[in-house]
Design a binder for this molecule. Sequence first.
Ligand code: SF4
Ligand code: SF4
Length: 176
Amino acid sequence: MGGFKLGKMTLRSLFSKPATVQYPAEQVPARSYEAMRGHVINDLDVCILCGMCQRACPVGAIVVDRKAGDWIINPYECVQCARCVHECPKKCLSMGADPTPVTAKLGTVTMHKDMPAKPARPAAKAAEAKAAAVGAGAAAKPKPKLTPEQEARVAAARAKKEAAKKAAEAEAGQEG
Ligand code: SF4
Ligand code: SF4
């Protein structure tokens, strides 16, 4: 740049309005552009609180608490990478053009929706049904009638068990 041109610029800036502001006392509204990634927007009506965005976020700016029905974002930790937007299976996330407002007090944004209770797992349901069927079957089934030989075998086994029990008791008495 020639010396003449530089001198002209210096003189002009001496008499024109400053290009900067005395931040934070003086602030100008932030400019946004159509394709700008300003902040994350969640269409909560479509969101199923699956937690994919939380797992995808590289800086941990999103927390999903399905039980409580909360979707929480810390816009001041978010680096506007849009990874959550790409990973969301319901496509309910998008990038809004406006930047997050300037603040001296950092905080999170919580969105809440009531989620329906999870249906019982199929395995648990099957186990329940089986238990019910076994219970019903046990109540309905009559005891099978034993043949005289089977009855004799059961009586012999019972007598043997009783004798073993008595012998054990006698042994214990002698030791004591
Ligand atoms: S990934 Fe999408 S649907 Fe899942 S919790 Fe995040 S915003 Fe909701
Ligand atoms: S835009 Fe990037 S940094 Fe911001 S919440 Fe989504 S994944 Fe996290």
